[in-house]
Design a protein. Structure first.
Length: 254
């Protein structure tokens, strides 16, 4: 077993946090991240150094693939995804939480030409007292203009939202590819460093082999400090482990 091989390569010992599962898992080697099958399983993508995850993040953003990052950009579960979903709910004639509508109004809808004078302040006061209540389009007549009702009522809610263009385009691609309900779920792809997932586990782990020059030097001069990090990475996997081939000259010797 790979984890036991790593454990035997250090003299300080490692913390055996998990017992092997009865089901036989797998270890597979892939040339790069994009040759790993993404079948909907909960997946950790792990690197020894944060910098190697940046390119993966960028490609996931451009492809409209839902993910969260434990050590970097995190759009899912934030205000923007909640605001987009709230606007969608209202466009379908359903009611949404007042607290969620307040996030939409305060942060993502320009006052002109969509809101009545003083609407942001008045609605913020309402949300502070009745945030757990629900409101629909007809309940917003005192706060929004006819333009808002017309555009959102036609399902064109993207047209009223303001924000960073790149982030909106990311969520547009996600909704086009996976449907709006994906904004209400947790992404199955989680990016992180080896340190960031200690104590956690996942169905599938994808482990990048590369490391920075500084970490590489530490790997050779102080292996007892470095090898446990790689042990942590491989033992997060419950069903399978993918090891990616190196893209440079500094890499872990499996």
């Amino acid at each position: 077993m790979l984890s036991m091989q790593l454990a035997r390569r250090t003299t300080v010992g490692v913390e055996l946090e998990y017992k092997p599962t009865p089901e036989e898992g797998f270890v597979a080697y892939k040339s790069d991240m994009w040759s790993v099958p993404m079948d909907g399983s909960r997946t950790f993508i792990l690197s020894r150094n944060r910098c190697y995850l940046e390119e993966i993040e960028e490609r996931l953003l451009n492809a409209g693939i839902p993910f969260i990052s434990l050590r970097g950009m995190n759009l899912f579960g934030g205000k923007l995804s909640k605001a987009i979903y709230t606007a969608y709910v209202l466009s379908k004639g359903s009611k949404a939480l007042v607290s969620d509508i307040n996030i939409l109004i305060q942060d993502f809808i320009p006052s002109k030409p969509w809101l009545k004078h003083g609407a942001k302040t008045i609605f913020a006061d309402l949300a502070s007292q009745h945030g757990d209540s629900y409101m629909g389009m007809s309940d917003l007549l005192n706060y929004v203009n006819a333009n808002f009702l017309n555009i959102v009522g036609k399902g064109m809610y993207w047209n009223i939202l303001k924000g960073k263009e790149g982030e909106f385009e990311y969520f547009r691609r996600i909704v086009e590819r996976h449907g709006i309900e994906v904004l209400n779920s947790k992404p199955n792809i989680i990016l992180g460093t080896q340190h960031s997932v200690k104590g956690m586990e996942c169905d599938i782990v994808v482990c990048l082999s590369d490391m920075t020059r500084r970490t590489y030097r530490s790997y050779y001069t102080a292996p007892d400090r470095e090898i446990p990090c790689w042990y942590v990475a491989v033992t997060r996997a419950k069903k399978g482990l993918y090891i990616l081939e190196t893209q440079g000259g500094n890499f872990f010797d499996w």
